[in-house]
Ligand binder design. Structure first.
Ligand code: SF4
Length: 460
């Protein structure tokens, strides 16, 4: 068993028995479940909307090479500077070079999973640069020294009491503050940082090749401030975020809002096409976009897994997953958790270390059912299992177990050799691997042949 797999199992075991955690998650996901159906009413045919979105993403990913070239041409024509980063380290090095050029001491940052993926904040900290999260949920997580728990709701596992306690500990506020008062405290702290920061860093929800623009969706206005206040704006974006046309946003914005938070449309949707132009009064003097690969081309090269790149990070599959709801976001030990994380992480970070995530699923198909862009998530998890076996990543015990199972299943004589009692004992007591995390298997007391005979007798 790899270290990542052992850690995952240990953390999952603890979390799934943590009833307080379960109660908090169920409360927050319950609120989400109550509001999403209302958001869906805005679509005359929500299934068709999802299908159309899937087709647009299909087109974008199938022609990604051309879309990226067009994006680069259009963005640089707008005065932006485009940087290609093959790996996380490349992206980090580029950010540091810009920071050094600008003599940057403070960065304001809006919520971005890609910056989590490349571990930007610890890297900047190591290099003596303060990087402040400006999204409230991310700010809470940063104060607590934790990574985001959920791709849309970073502090989903914390109650308002937890947050009040955290603010009291870290910022010296009254532990009885209400959520509104806590928000005002965070706002006051953050506003000051916007005016100090030399650089603002954001992610992007979409890259638009037709215009060379990024589209950023948020509910707090902090990404707008992070990109407009400092003199330099850096957007770090995964190459798969591409959509061909500006008009595609008419579908993707409401879809992302509804499946992400149940809103009809998110509060702030911003399209940024480059730095401030001569006739403009605000915006950064310079804008960089770092386009990150970091394993995404591995997924493009894999015809079966390619559709996982259609993901718009709405988080719906996490909220729907019975495994996620029990073990929580941190047990995965990955940037992307839940079903989509289990699908893509083995391809982004290595099958041997992360293949176990493909088994963290009941294969109930609920993730596929709720996916905003109809990704066949549960089938891709099965594909991952298959790939793990095909590439020699199955364990020796697993290989032996399946070999024995296959031999016995294909041999009626062997299947009939023992009764149900003996089979129960063999599986539940001898092969304890099965029952370590599951309830006992109960075999029928009679063999199939015996039952068939009985049935035939009954008919005669
Ligand atoms: S896989 Fe689908 S449901 Fe899950 S986050 Fe991505 S778009 Fe949303």
């Amino acid at each position: 068993m790899t270290e990542t797999s052992a850690t995952f199992k240990a953390k999952s075991t603890v979390k799934s028995a943590d009833l307080e955690h379960r109660q908090k998650i169920n409360f927050n996901i319950g609120k989400y479940n109550a509001i999403v159906p209302q958001g869906k009413h805005q679509f005359s045919d929500v299934s068709l909307a999802r299908e159309r979105a899937k087709n647009i993403k299909w087109k974008a990913i199938e022609t990604l090479d051309q879309q990226l070239e067009a994006f680069e041409k259009n963005f640089t024509r707008n005065g932006g500077k485009l940087i290609w980063a093959s790996t996380a380290q490349d992206a980090l090095d580029e950010v540091l070079t810009i920071c050094r050029e600008k003599n940057c001491r403070t960065i304001v940052k809006s919520k971005s999973m890609v910056t989590e993926e490349i571990h930007l904040n610890p890297f900047l900290e190591k290099n003596g640069i303060e990087s402040i999260e400006t999204d409230l949920g991310e700010y809470i997580q940063q104060l607590d020294g934790e990574s985001p728990y959920h791709i849309v709701t970073p502090a989903m596992h914390k109650s308002k009491e937890d947050v009040a306690k955290l603010f009291a500990e870290k910022l010296g506020t009254d532990p009885k503050l209400s959520p509104e008062e806590l928000t005002l405290v965070a706002r006051e702290k953050l506003r000051e940082k916007y005016t100090q920061a030399e650089i603002g860093i954001t992610g992007a929800n979409f890259l638009i090749s037709e215009t060379g623009s990024i589209a950023v969706t948020e509910n707090e206005g902090n990404a707008r401030l992070s990109s407009a206040f400092p003199k330099t704006h850096i957007a770090i974006v995964g190459i798969e975020k591409m959509i061909p046309s500006l008009t595609d946003l008419a579908l993707f914005w409401p879809l992302l809002a509804t499946f992400g938070t149940g809103q009809k449309i998110t509060s702030y949707n911003t399209i940024i096409s480059g730095p401030r132009q001569l006739n403009e009064t605000d915006g950064p003097e310079e804008m960089y976009i770092i386009l990150l690969d970091n394993g995404r081309t591995n997924i493009i090269a894999n015809a079966k897994q390619r559709e996982s790149l259609y993901c718009i990070r709405c988080g719906a599959c996490l909220n729907a997953c019975p495994v996620y709801k029990n073990i929580g976001g941190h047990s995965y030990g990955t940037t992307y958790s839940g079903p989509i994380g289990s699908v893509i992480t083995p391809h982004l970070q290595g099958m041997p270390e992360y293949k176990h995530l493909s088994y963290a699923s009941s294969l109930c198909g609920n993730c596929t059912e709720v996916c905003a862009v109809k990704i066949n998530l549960h089938e891709l998890l099965l594909e991952n299992r298959n790939e793990a076996v095909e590439t020699g990543n199955a364990t020796f015990t697993e290989k032996i177990a399946w070999k024995m199972w296959k031999t016995a299943s294909l041999n009626r004589g062997m299947m009939n050799m023992s009764n149900g009692k003996m089979k129960n004992w063999m599986i539940n007591k001898i092969f304890k691997v099965w029952t370590r995390h599951r309830s006992d298997l109960t075999f029928s007391q009679k063999t199939f042949n015996e039952m068939w005979k009985d049935r035939m007798k009954g008919k005669n």
